[in-house]
Write a protein that binds this ligand. Sequence first.
Ligand code: PLP
Length: 464
Amino acid sequence: MDVKTGGLNYNVEEMVQGDRDYVWHHIKPHKLFQKSEQMIVVEGDGLTVKDIRGREYLDATSGGVWGVIVGFGRESIARAVYEQLKIMPYFAGTVGNIPSIKYAKKLIERLPGLGKVFFSNSGSEANEKAFKIVRQLATFDATRKGKRKILFRDRDYHGTTFGALSATGQHERRQDFGPFLDGFMGFPHALCYRCAFGKSYPDCNIDCARCVEETILKEGPETVGACIVEPITAGGGIIPPVKEYYPILQKICNKYDVYLIMDEVVCGFGRTGTFWGFQQYDVQPDMVTMAKGVAASYMPLSVTAVKNEIYDKFLCDPGVDAERMNYFRDISTYGGCAGAMSAALETIRIIEDENLLENSRAMGAYLLDGLQSLSDMPLVGDVRGCGLFCGVEFVKDKKTKQAISEGEMARLMANVAAEGVLVGKTTSSLPGNNTIMNFAPALIATKNDIDRIVAAVKAGIEKF
Ligand SMILES: Cc1ncc(COP(=O)(O)O)c(C=O)c1O
């Protein structure tokens, strides 16, 4: 069948075969597609995506991995990019361009306590920049000499490149890729449902946060430079730590002069109901990294934001031999390219003009309520979330909390998709526990959308 849509011409069978013959999809066991057909998306509008066979779905994943925060079909973003590309498509980030200056100002105005931004392309890259800042300072800055180790939390994900993967607490994402970089140390996760200390909140002393002090002391405070966390763990199973968690973590980091890096790649830009995920807590990060929602995933763009006092340490004098190498010697060819900046500027305008933070809060609470109403159904072990970012953990036995199998989880996912709703799940993350279904619709979701999502999950469980 030949199709013409939005200037794209293609033959359906040719595309299906071409996808099978040439494309190596991300994080997919392809053997499955020798017999069954892989989904090919062709169009999107709002929360709706259409596949190549003409089937429509309500996308509760914001484009699969939570990035399309303002929904599909935003002509104003496409126009903003088009207009910029006509005038000045690209020049290296070694010099300035107008949209990047405007965007940097807008971001800093929304990032209390931080003062400078460094642009790159992906979440992994944004985190690599943060690590490189820590490592470079550990070399030349007298007050931070030797502080090159980086702490990360079990179940958090920080990216696919070697530095970011070295800082990732998901065993299945790391498996087979070692050896990893030296100087990255893990500490326990903050999920109450499976407390790493076998305790129950609130009688737990918040040991999951306090234990970080032990790790720092064991490693030697003079060797530890930073601690990176996702404000709310995303791919590791939608884990909002309890409210006391970050103030405690912050106090420990401050005590030992350890930078607190918040990875806002998923939580940023309203996903949790506040502009930044960390704003759900009483905490002030030293660095913030972001991607995905930055330009609503219409263009690739990521950012590493730092406090001015960190940036100032790199203000060396190139004329002085002992100092001349002490500027941030890092570059990213496409980082901050003008088109992506224009998309990012337009994304912030949409978030604010359309009150999407408020909608994320209201619809998020409605979604959490709806999912919690399924708590008494079989298989539903735990329901958790914050803003338009929720997860349901599926178990065979509610008492022992034994997770359902991967095959059973796949069946459940297929049941929900058969209801016309796309949801996400923990994928190749946690051995024996990739059974957390996640929900992160675009921030424009309505009550009707949420009702459809919850109804699809309910039907999926009933048909199981
Ligand atoms: C919290 C977090 N940080 C970093 C990344 C890596 O981002 P990217 O895939 O753009 O490199 C991801 C990706 O899912 C993520 O969820």
